[in-house]
Design a protein around this ligand. Structure first.
Ligand SMILES: [Zn+2]
Length: 260
């Protein structure tokens, strides 16, 4: 008899081999519906399934970035399940760098220095990047300039988009994910089709397969110039020539003539 844990585990996986996580599957369908413009259907699916397109961390991170709550941003990133060290460092660098530039823009040079040495430097990123930030700070301070480059809102939106790029796809489903998976499956089936010779469009409703009967088998030309068996023939890419090689140790390049 199945235990409740077994039942829950079975329902959380799809496919004959249980390889597909149901929540992930629903998320990519929701994303596909949104991208196709079926917003109400996507929203209904979110309500009915209880599965959200974006993770809780995605929404929290967006709020924190747009509010300039940098410590909270880093905490949110640290709470992402299974995030690797490299992603964590890259995301933290982007967050503290934005904070650094915003402080410079506000003329808070001492606080900017503090962020540089207490938050950015310990991340262990490429030292050239840290030095460039320090040089930028010195130049900006020497010129006595204030005011950030671009609007704060634009900069923070840009930061959020950059963060999504370096964080795991768990945070936000990559765009066109369902289409990419289907396309990969179609291409895989076509490339492994042993008798592939079908000019017709591939349908999604059944697995692709060409049959030996679809291979042209009408004799249209006999290569009489060879003195023994022809072992290999190959058309040129433009279809105007045919190369043949034979057991008689000769190769012949044929010019293809129409209706011959
Ligand atoms: Zn085929």
């Amino acid at each position: 008899m199945e235990s409740s844990d077994d039942i829950e585990s079975r329902l959380s996986r799809l496919g004959s081999r249980g390889l597909i996580d149901t929540t992930q599957f629903v998320r990519i369908i929701i994303q596909s519906l949104y991208s196709l413009g079926f917003n109400r259907a996507a929203s209904s699916l979110e309500s009915e399934s209880g599965v959200r397109l974006d993770s809780a961390q995605h929404d929290r991170l967006l709020f924190d970035v747009m509010s300039g709550r940098w410590e909270s941003c880093v905490s949110t990133i640290n709470s992402i399940p299974g995030i690797d060290t490299s992603s964590l460092i890259n995301a933290s660098y982007l967050i503290w760098k934005e904070h650094f530039f915003e402080l410079i823009g506000s003329g808070c040079f001492l606080l900017a220095i503090e962020v540089l040495w207490k938050q950015i430097s310990p991340l262990g990123v490429d030292s050239c990047r840290v030095h460039r930030l320090a040089q930028y700070l010195v130049c900006y301070e020497a010129m006595g300039q204030t005011g950030s480059v671009g609007s704060t809102v634009q900069r923070r939106i840009s930061l959020f988009l950059d963060l999504v790029e370096v964080l795991p796809p768990y945070i936000r489903v990559p765009s066109g994910r369902l289409e990419k998976l289907v396309e990969t499956a179609v291409l895989k089936q076509r490339s492994s089709c042993q008798y592939h010779n079908s000019p017709k469009e591939i349908t999604l409703f059944e697995d692709h397969k060409c049959w030996p009967e679809q291979i042209p088998s009408t004799c249209s030309q006999v290569l009489l110039e060879h003195k023994n068996e022809v072992w290999f023939v190959q058309f040129s890419h433009n279809g105007r020539y045919l190369a043949s090689s034979s057991r008689d140790c000769t190769a012949i390049i044929w010019t293809i003539l129409d209706n011959k």
